[in-house]
Design a protein around this ligand. Structure first.
Ligand code: NI
Length: 163
């Protein structure tokens, strides 16, 4: 078990698009294990690889926080979405900051699983929000970028003053 340190805003790796995973090897499997340990240690429901400093298209999720039931996705992308809903969101890379974010209500995501198979997963409720939040991470986008121009600007100012 290895708990990695979560990189905090405004680190550049969080604002850089990650690279696709070409092969799932022992290196990726080890990283995924450590990401899952880190997600639970931080009480998070999702974690993207660039949040632990690895700029690759991988994320893990645990909407119900039940160990052993984690979801792991490589090279995920949204293929369809429906509706809109605004709910409070936070991020392990932006501690103690929560704002309502408008997202699609339902999404259909295509990705590769741990076995290297292509899967299509439907996300609703919290899972839909996690999928969109984590895929944003992999594209170098943070939830504070989704608050609308003025709110985003204010958030960035406030957060850069913090540390
Ligand atoms: Ni996040």
């Amino acid at each position: 078990m290895a708990v990695l340190s979560v990189i905090k805003y405004p680190h550049k790796v969080l604002q850089t698009k990650t690279a696709p995973v070409v092969h799932i090897t022992d290196t990726e499997r080890k990283l995924v294990k450590d990401m899952i340990d880190t997600m639970y240690a931080e009480n998070g429901v999702g974690l993207a690889a660039n949040q632990v400093g690895v700029s690759q298209r991988i994320f893990v999720a645990s909407p119900d926080q039940v160990k052993g039931r984690e979801l792991v996705f490589f090279n995920p992308r949204i293929v369809k979405q429906e509706g809109a809903i605004k709910e409070f969101e936070g991020c392990l890379s932006i501690p103690e900051f929560y704002e309502p974010v408008r997202r699609a209500k339902k999404v259909w995501m295509r990705a590769t699983n741990m076995k290297g198979e292509t899967v299509e997963v439907k996300g609703e409720g919290l899972l839909s929000r996690i999928f969109q939040h984590e895929i944003d991470h992999l594209n170098g986008i943070l939830f504070i970028d989704r608050l609308g121009f003025l709110k985003s600007k204010t958030a960035r100012k406030k957060l850069s003053k913090k540390g």
